[in-house]
Write a protein that binds this ligand. Sequence first.
Ligand code: SF4
Length: 465
Amino acid sequence: MCKFRDHCGIFGISGCPDAAVKTYMGLYALQHRGQESAGIVVSDGENLNEKKGLGLVSQVFGSPDQLVELEGDAAIGHVRYSTTGSTTFANCQPFMINYKRGQIAGSHNGNLINAAGLRSEMESEGSIFRTTTDTEVILHLLAKSPKHTTPESVADALSKVEGAFSILFLTPEYLIAARGPRGVRPLVMTEVDGRVAFASETCAFDLLDLPRGRSLEPGEVVIVDRKGSIESFFPFPKVKSAACIFEFIYFSRPDSRIFDTNVDKIRRRMGHRLAIEQPADADIVISVPDSSNTAALGFSRESGIPFELGLIRNHYIGRTFIQPRQAIRDFGSRIKYNPVRGVLYNKRVVVVDDSIVRGTTSKALNSIIRQAGAKEIHLRVASPPIKHPCYYGIDTPTYDQLVASYSSVEETARYIGADSLGYLSLEGMLAIDELPKIGFCDACFSGNYPIPRVDEASKEKMNSC
Ligand code: SF4
């Protein structure tokens, strides 16, 4: 069961005879960013072809050798984790359209805060939408652009949207990548021997034995043509960067490099800092696998309390258990984690978690740990309390469901059944030396939203990715 919904992964490659297979592998590495649908669009230089569906990459495509019908030397792909109500085939990405300049497909990670307003404007002018996603709004803007070339139309369309986006477009002639002016969502790029690839995280490049490359700059658009020539430009007015700090806390894999910084290094430092700020008298440190493993190691190193594997995660839970209903959520925690009784029995346990959202997962886990015989549970959270919703591509719940927005730390500890609870402070997190020297978004902790919430309806009506 995932604490957050609506985050996505994107991958694209050009100059590669088996582009669909490479994209399949790239998406496989990015599966943690979205498990509800997967899709690939491929270009053979004249036409685009697509295959997409609901489910994991392996369920949608089978094995890589089943991708023979997707022939071409450039491709883009997408994995999506949407709110359950919007999990329909129509909303699977990449989206592909035919417009006045031919075919174009798009894969998007982020959330456009003015999407609902733009959509109703276009609908009143007669536009017809097939999906409820904000990504389709971008494709409509592109189709309506008066500019004469595809790259110009892309820049023109993206200059009209506000919010967070990392996006890939594929046409028969071009592979185009763009990172929004604030650089909220990550997007990395690599090139070797005429092949150029883009991905949400570098773990996708590792699997393909590609160099780790570099992060696209906030506001950077990169265009790759069929000859492999690369053009980079910055069409948007310069604004302050607001990279999502939660990518370091939870979303990205620890073996990835995002914002030109290793995730593992930052997550470990968060654990160190947490141990200094929120010490606990205990016998063992355990993590909530897998996302808290690295922070728990950091906590253990700094505190000198031995790290143990106290919870074992079942990795083979299907989509059945990714459900919004509370009863199924609780069952999801039980089936996902099993306690190691020999490790926990009669012990004072520090449980390191990466974050607390509703508090329901922590409550279920603490009950499991206590039933296994733990004497005391001291929950330490390697991020500050989440008090505010995210409007930039992560579907955090509303205020009334964010436990830290309506409960004190002591009340939360009582609710989740912990003997003590301590969070990493916002100041402490931002003071970690190893963080890249860029501007961060920390709005879900601080309430300081870097992009004005001009269109509340977009969060309510539109599905982001
Ligand atoms: S509000 Fe939180 S989750 Fe959303 S972009 Fe900002 S830091 Fe990331």
